[in-house]
Design a protein around this ligand. Structure first.
Ligand SMILES: Cc1ncc(C[n+]2csc(CCOP(=O)(O)OP(=O)(O)O)c2C)c(N)n1
Length: 548
């Protein structure tokens, strides 16, 4: 006989879980008690949104569901911020929520929410476990649902009295990942389409990749001299110094690359949905019938034809699809080989930062310094804000597993992501880019970094405004500043107050020393970079945007 709490933990162990993030609650004390006797690393966080985002990062970087536990009502609503990221970004994750006792349901008991109604839109599946004997069934299904097809977050809710009830249950067994292979005829058709094409391009994105599949795809691109763009915030999928790399197809795509996509005769969309941000608000491909011949490869058949009607639709995960590409080769050097080389040259120019800009701190030289002084396996995280442009446009990602960034555009993601990434890879450098707005959305997780001695380096790019929104505001309503000014703490002092290392950079030349001191401190560090609000984009100032 075992309690529900014990059965939940046994099912997690059976599925290989090593680590969970949580904020505790009285609603799931029995699970916390069962964790006491295990080796599972329980990461205690300061707010459930951050806890859920940490689980998202584990899922993002490993492909296995990240696990998060929170309490009912306010814990669950806080955590929904992380659920939304995992849902939009197709990340496997399981969120356990304590629930009111079974005989109090539907009375609006203390902190009661009916999660199957409330969270259906932000979770792939929401289940409530009424009978402790069914815990192994529910938990193993949660792993399968979270990882299969288009991955996503699953919510399992745990009524408090169910967790303390004792029962006999079958031992949980590990889930089997569901693979999906392309058909031989589909690969042959792709080879024909490539042979007929004059101006093809591949745009890769989504999840269900691995270091091996990224390398395999790179070899395919090499054999075919195929230009490759990475979808918004999926840059770790292709080495930016590879001669096939054509650039980031995200917010602020280079005009030259956008033109190439519009004028392409064959587009291979691999892994992603090509949603609003990568598609420049659905203008790069016409909806529903693109002018370009479209090959769409996605692990979930229901995503194929949902927005764009493909000429060739292949339901396969990137891993399985890429493995099947090994068999196809061009018979002669493709006619577009020179175009690909030119596209890479254009990318290299586009991703060379400007030397100058308004104010005493120049982000261009700072980016150059970071490029020259960090290893190719360093992990970069960020949330949302104009500051992220510096990272996305000028950092040349080299390897799979080096990026944790929300395609969903959620502020506050970068810091919890950095904490989670450092736990996975303690020997690799983890650098978080944050704005002054973004950082304080989940800034309290800096305490988590201090607690677990995780020497991450957080660059808080402080321009004193919610810059992205100010930029849009000045464009749409010039000179009418409304709700976009901020009053900030001293971020370096804040880092020290938490027990971390703090630096303030007010001039470009101070950055290198500040970074090296932060690195040498061996503690979580914040480097506040005081950026002139005029430096709102790498190329246009706020005043220029106001003038229109
Ligand atoms: C959770 C969340 N709230 C609000 C927004 C809308 N939003 C997008 S960017 C942004 C401003 C970001 O400011 P900051 O982090 O200071 O970066 P900056 O743009 O100034 O570089 C806001 C409010 C969002 N994307 N996510």
């Amino acid at each position: 006989m075992k309690t529900g709490g014990q059965l939940v933990v046994e099912a997690l162990i059976a599925n290989g879980v090593k680590r969970i993030s949580c904020v505790p609650g009285e609603s799931y004390l029995a699970v916390l008690d069962a964790l006491y006797d295990t080796d599972i690393d329980v990461v205690v966080c300061r707010q459930e949104g951050g806890a859920a985002m940490m689980a998202d990062t584990w899922g993002r970087l490993t492909g296995e569901p990240g696990i998060c536990m929170v309490t009912r009502g306010p814990g669950a609503t806080n955590a929904s911020a992380g659920l939304h990221v995992a849902r939009q970004d197709s990340i496997p994750m399981i969120l356990f929520i304590g629930q009111v006792q079974r005989d109090a349901r539907e009375r609006e008991a203390f902190q009661e929410i009916e999660y199957r109604r409330a969270l259906t839109e932000v979770a792939k599946w929401v289940g409530e476990i009424d009978d402790p004997a069914r815990i192994p069934e529910f938990v193993t299904r949660a792993f399968a649902v979270a990882t299969s097809g288009r991955p996503g977050p699953v919510v399992l809710t745990l009524p408090e009295d169910m967790l303390t009830e004792s029962t006999e249950a079958p031992a949980a067994r590990p889930y089997q990942p569901v693979e999906s292979h392309p058909g031989e005829s589909q690969i042959a058709r792709l080879a024909d389409l490539l042979a007929e094409a004059k101006r093809p391009i591949a745009i890769i994105g989504g999840t269900r990749w691995s270091a091996e599949s990224v390398a395999e795809f790179q070899q395919f691109a090499e054999r075919w001299h195929l230009p490759v763009g990475c979808s918004f915030r999926r840059q770790m999928l292709f080495d930016h110094l590879h001669p096939s790399y054509a650039g980031d197809v995200g917010i602020g795509v280079s005009p030259a690359l956008a033109k190439e996509i519009k004028e392409a005769d064959l587009v291979l969309l691999l892994g992603g949905r090509f949603s609003e941000m990568p598609s420049s608000s659905y203008t790069l491909l016409d909806v529903p019938y693109p002018k370009q011949t479209l090959v769409h490869v996605h692990p979930d058949p229901s995503e194929l034809g949902r927005v764009y009607r493909p000429d060739l639709a292949i339901a396969a995960s990137p891993r399985d699809f890429v493995a099947a590409l090994a068999g196809i080769e061009p018979s002669v050097t493709p006619v577009w080989a020179q175009r690909t080389a030119a596209m890479h040259e254009t990318y290299l120019k586009w991703s060379t930062p400007p030397e100058t800009g308004p104010g005493e701190v120049q982000m261009g030289p700072i980016m150059n310094w970071i490029e020259a002084n960090t290893a190719p396996d360093a992990i970069f995280t960020n949330g949302a804000g104009n500051y992220a442009t510096w990272l996305h446009r000028f950092h040349r990602f080299r390897r799979y597993g080096t990026q944790a960034a929300p395609a969903s555009g959620s502020m506050g993601y970068g810091l919890p992501a950095a904490v989670a990434a450092k736990q996975l890879h303690p020997r690799r450098e983890v650098i978080c880019f944050a704005g002054d707005g973004c950082f304080l959305m989940h800034g309290q997780e800096f305490a988590t970094a201090v607690r677990y001695v995780l020497p991450i380096i957080v660059l808080v790019i402080n321009n004193g405004i919610y810059g992205t929104i100010r930029m849009h505001q000045e464009r749409e309503y010039p000179g009418r500043v409304s709700a976009t000014d901020l009053t900030n703490p001293d971020f370096a002092a804040l880092a020290r107050a938490y027990g971390g290392h703090g630096e303030t950079v007010e001039r470009t030349e101070e950055f290198a020393e500040a970074f090296l001191r932060a690195r040498a401190s061996g503690r979580p560090a914040i480097i506040e970079i005081k950026l002139d609000p005029e430096a709102i984009t790498p190329t246009r100032t706020l005043s220029e945007i106001r003038k229109g």
